[in-house]
Design a binder for this molecule. Structure first.
Ligand SMILES: Cc1ncc(COP(=O)(O)O)c(C=O)c1O
Length: 359
């Protein structure tokens, strides 16, 4: 890979005290008691080494799988590293972009030459399975995708599976998706045990505001997970993180997730409507275009000159995520977190002012 993109840049680097954070996609809400209490109670047993059995069983039950098809990790980020480290026999790994950059970074760190599959803006960044090289033996894709917020069809993703290929689907944001009339997470493959070589990556850090605790997990065939487990250090997930995993697999958590997803869909519709309300380019004011069909906790926009506008927005108190560190995007893209309507209104008013002043 020759493009000099900083794959290690993440939204947290754009946040600073005093700025409204629209750059990091972690939900900022008080922790519910059903989650806070077990985490706090776990502190009483910190003298013992962590035992993942109960949390593994709880996550397995949540997804209707046997326990040996679950591997708990220190966040989804560790999952990517395990996959990259354990993929020594892989010859042609392909990463579907634009997407979160850590999967590629982990592969590169493990010595792999990564092939980038670039989805097209003209297609609304939707997956075209035909773009993935037929002989790629490891394919990594995000669903819903960070930063495009696009939710690919399940059938397009499973079309990528084949014997001899490991297919990794990063579903870190699956719990942020919602579709009216659908019970559960639309397009998620977490429960699918019939897709050859499928590993689903999940995170509990986003919706539950646990980025500092580090908790996520992998779902997949037992033989593949056994190989990944060997790449893991001893006791990779702390006792408080295990307590959180158990709590987040409970029926109360799943009901709460669906409710959060439903509310977020409204906040997302509000954000997209307000952004569209800025209107077409006129009087020299640049046009804001929503890229793709957003389905997650953030919205990607295309805005000529976005790199400069981002700097001005910072001066006016708003941190948004730059687009130029994502392969397949560029300096004209910004990613904006979905927040409550008051925050969105304040942001869009400021963005509108900045655009007018930049005439
Ligand atoms: C798409 C995506 N996957 C995975 C991660 C990592 O999540 P975790 O905090 O569980 O390591 C992130 C974090 O930003 C992300 O955006």
């Amino acid at each position: 890979v020759s493009t000099p993109i900083d794959l290690h840049h993440h939204g947290d680097a754009e946040v600073a005290p005093g700025l409204v954070d629209l750059a990091v996609n972690v939900r900022h809400q008080p922790m519910p008691a059903w989650l806070a209490d077990p985490i706090a109670a776990s502190l009483a047993s910190l003298a013992a080494y962590p035992d993942p059995a109960a949390a593994t069983a709880a996550i397995a039950a949540r997804h209707g799988r046997p326990a040996d098809e679950v591997l708990l990790t220190a966040g989804a980020a560790q999952g990517f590293v395990l996959i990259a480290q354990a993929s020594r026999g892989v010859r042609r790994p392909a990463v579907v972009h634009p997407q979160f950059t850590e999967p590629e970074a982990a592969l590169v760190n493990a010595g792999h030459a990564v092939e980038r599959v670039l989805l097209r803006a003209a297609d609304g960044f939707r997956l075209d399975p035909g773009l993935v090289p037929a002989d790629a033996d490891l394919v990594m894709i995000g669903n819903p995708t960070n930063p495009t917020s696009v939710l690919h069809d399940r059938a397009d993703i499973t079309a990528l599976a084949r014997p001899g290929r490991v297919l990794v689907v990063d579903e870190a944001f699956a719990d942020t998706t919602y579709r009216m009339g659908v019970d559960g997470e639309p397009e998620s493959l977490a429960e699918r045990r019939d897709v050859p070589g499928l590993i689903v990556v999940r995170s509990l850090t986003k919706t539950w505001g646990l980025a500092g605790l580090r908790i996520g997990y992998l779902l997949g065939p037992a033989d593949l997970l056994t190989e990944l487990r060997k790449a893991q250090p001893l006791w990779p997930v702390s006792t408080p993180a295990l307590a959180a995993a158990t709590a987040c697999a409970s029926p109360i958590a799943m009901t709460a997730e669906r409710e959060i997803g439903r509310e977020m869909a409204k906040d997302r519709a509000w954000l997209t409507a307000r952004l569209r309300g800025i209107g077409p380019a006129r009087d020299g004011v640049a046009e804001v275009t929503i890229a793709g069909a957003p389905a997650s906790a953030f919205v990607l926009i295309r805005l000529p000159g976005a790199d400069k506008i981002r700097v001005t927005l910072r001066e006016r108190g708003f941190a948004v995520r730059r687009g130029d560190t994502f392969p397949g995007l560029g300096a004209d893209y910004l990613r904006i977190a979905v927040r409550d309507t008051a925050t969105t209104d304040a942001f869009v008013a400021t963005l509108t002012d900045v655009l007018k002043e930049s005439l």
